[in-house]
Design a binder for this molecule. Structure first.
Ligand SMILES: [Zn+2]
Length: 215
């Protein structure tokens, strides 16, 4: 899991989702009440599997030479309250955060959005870093929601997945559609997709699309 989570941080860089040391990925350790997360303030170029830190589900450091990411409490809260979630990613990616700054959900106006998010990408509450407020906001919005991504108001993106890779994929897709819908807005009013078609697209993508074993 240290290797997986370390490698996925390079995907944040490769996809231009992060600046400086912002952003983080975590992954639940299978069968344990533990997760692996990025150390706080370590440059992306210096991240190694050994530098990753292991925390318990209260966010306490269990193993590692560095202190855990400042967003650890939010990740821990999600793992405690959403047992089906095995990966969490967080970025301040530009276009998605621009929507978050306005507190506006990204409307579902692209088939790729219907596929991946099953509708609009919702907005979560304004919350300060440090205690459980961010985690509470993420869980309150995403529990029972199709979208694996939430735009935390005035902040950025949190995504969840059944694996850390799925969470990172959602972060990449979120930024991609945030940019396209923003550009569309500059040209006029994007056309909505009827709910029935959103449902059909979502159902097909989630259950039929791709290779059987790997998505
Ligand atoms: Zn942040």
């Amino acid at each position: 899991m240290r290797e997986t989570v370390c490698a996925l941080h390079q995907e944040l860089v490769r996809n231009n989702l992060v600046a400086w040391t912002a952003g983080n990925v975590s992954g639940r350790v299978p069968g344990e009440d533990l997760f692996v997360i990025k150390p706080s303030g370590v440059p992306y170029d210096d991240l190694t599997p050994e530098a990753m830190v292991v925390c318990d589900l209260e966010g306490n450091l269990v193993e590692g030479a560095f202190s855990p990411s400042s967003d650890t409490a939010a990740h821990a809260y999600v793992y405690r309250h959403m047992p089906e979630v095995n990966g969490v990613a967080h970025t301040h990616s530009t276009y998605a955060s621009a929507w978050a700054a306005r507190g506006e959900p990204i409307p579902c106006v692209l088939t790729a959005m219907a596929d991946e998010f099953g509708g609009e990408i919702p907005v979560g509450p304004f919350a300060l870093i440090g205690d459980d407020d961010i985690g509470k906001g993420i869980v309150a919005v995403l529990e029972g929601h199709r979208s694996p991504a939430v735009l935390m108001r005035n902040h950025g993106v949190f995504t969840i997945g059944d694996s850390p890779k799925a969470a990172v994929k959602a972060a990449v897709m979120c930024e991609d559609v945030a940019r396209t819908v923003h550009l569309s807005r500059q040209l006029g009013e994007p056309l909505p997709i009827p709910q029935g078609d959103i449902d059909r697209l979502y159902g097909r993508y989630q259950h039929v699309y791709g290779q059987r074993s790997q998505r």
